[in-house]
Ligand binder design. Structure first.
Ligand SMILES: Cc1ncc(COP(=O)(O)O)c(C=O)c1O
Length: 410
């Protein structure tokens, strides 16, 4: 651990981190290696095993009595640097990295103590693979999944009372309709009923929400998205109190869901510019949403800060003035126009991720919501004309021009 972090200057300020620094400062400095006398950049330690100066020291490291490194599946300095940085950003006591966001979610369920005979409570708006993980893999292991509308606090409370779930999982900003969850209220409800609350903060990032400060037990990230930010590394992180560390580490050691040092390095490098990238992406998204909405050329423009979005009031309260970097559109012409739109995009790529420096467009009916029946999609508010834009760092005028020409409205 870098001594500078431990002795971080005690700056005041609304967004000071656990080290007393503002988030922007923490992004640039958190997680640097100890005794790095030459390299100004974080080194990559690709080593699978590490030598100790003496057998006694290696014995102590392997026995868990001393901090240090023995084998990369147990711990690696480059991966730890990223974990420390994300822990600092989220204000958590500990963080452990995994090979993907899905592995992180799986590890969070494990760390929460979920086991056969338990129930887990999941938000209906959750990322599809998270629902499939719970219903499929955990379901086969004897865990029952209860799915509820997390926009309705009364229903969530009723589910907590009735099912006494071991853990619950939700995202603050839903995908692709960008409904905002009342995170602080949901976390408080979970605590009241003794349920471990897990918040997926992938879409919102610690720049918008820091769920541990609400009292959440665990925060998960797909680091593949905004944390890494360049579309070139897959990873995941779980952050929480120190009490969870043993199980979070046990998972990575025994399931082997390891994040590679190079991927950790890429994500950590991306993290240093998160404030700049995400800030610009949110600004671009807001401008784009406002202009597309004003154009009157779409059946619907979805963005939480637009006055007609159903979560507008919650967005103001929970998201602190930012609306995230995703804009969802409904094309009037349904599936035919959606395919035409994807074909005609030139600047914007047609691909399935968010958080990259370039703008990407996803067609939920073909990708994220493919496995749902049309009626179920309709119930969720997703139609054959719905397309999702994950807004990047290009100039907003260029994104706007591409979207308008692709919609055939120029
Ligand atoms: C909100 C959210 N959580 C988790 C994941 C899973 O992350 P990964 O693809 O890194 O496994 C995704 C992937 O799209 C996601 O959107």
């Amino acid at each position: 651990m870098d001594g500078r972090q431990e002795k971080g200057p005690g700056t005041a300020g609304g967004n000071a981190t656990g080290f007393g620094w503002a988030l922007e400062t923490t992004l640039v400095h958190a997680g640097r290696v100890p005794r790095a006398p030459v390299s100004t950049a974080m080194p990559i330690y690709p080593s699978t095993s590490f030598q100790a100066p003496t057998p006694e020291e290696l014995d102590a490291v392997l026995g868990g009595e001393a901090a240090g490194y023995s084998y990369t599946r147990h711990a690696n300095p480059t991966v730890d640097a990223l974990a420390n940085a994300v822990a600092a950003l989220e204000g958590g006591e500990t963080a452990v990295c995994y090979g993907s966001g899905m592995a992180a979610i799986d590890a969070a369920f494990y760390a929460a103590g979920v086991r056969a005979g338990d129930r887990v409570l999941l938000s209906r708006d959750l990322y599809g693979a998270s629902l499939n993980l719970a219903q499929g893999i955990w379901g086969e292991a004897g865990v029952e999944t209860v799915v509820e509308d997390f926009g309705d606090l009364d229903r969530v409370e009723a589910a907590l009372r009735r099912h006494a779930p071991r853990a619950m999982l939700f995202e603050v900003l839903s995908n692709p309709l960008l409904r905002v969850a009342d995170g602080p209220a949901l976390v408080a409800l979970a605590a009241r009923y003794g349920t471990v609350s897990i918040v997926d903060n992938t879409f919102t990032t610690p720049l918008v929400c820091r769920p541990l400060a609400w009292g959440a037990d665990l925060v998960v990230h797909s680091a593949t998205k905004y944390l890494g930010g360049h579309g070139d590394a897959t990873g995941g992180v779980v952050v929480g109190r120190a009490a969870y560390r043993a199980r979070l580490l046990q998972y990575v050691k025994l399931r082997g869901a390891v994040l590679g040092p190079f991927e950790a390095w890429l994500v950590h490098r991306g993290l240093r510019t998160l404030a700049v990238r995400y800030g610009r992406q949110c600004d671009n998204a807001r401008l784009l949403a406002e202009r597309l909405d004003a154009s009157g050329r779409f059946a619907r423009v979805v963005y939480p800060l637009l006055p007609h979005h159903p979560s507008r009031a919650l967005a103001d309260r929970i998201l602190g003035g930012r609306g995230g970097a995703v804009v969802t559109l409904e094309l009037r012409g349904g599936r035919e126009q959606a395919f035409d739109f994807l074909r005609r995009l030139t600047l914007v790529g047609s691909a399935t991720s968010v958080g990259d420096v370039y703008t990407l467009c996803l067609y939920p009916v073909m990708a994220s919501h493919r496995n749902l029946a049309p009626a179920e999609r309709a119930r969720m508010g997703i139609t054959d004309g719905t397309v999702r834009l994950a807004v990047g760092l290009e100039h907003v005028d260029d994104i706007l021009a591409d979207v308008l020409q692709a919609a055939g409205t120029d």
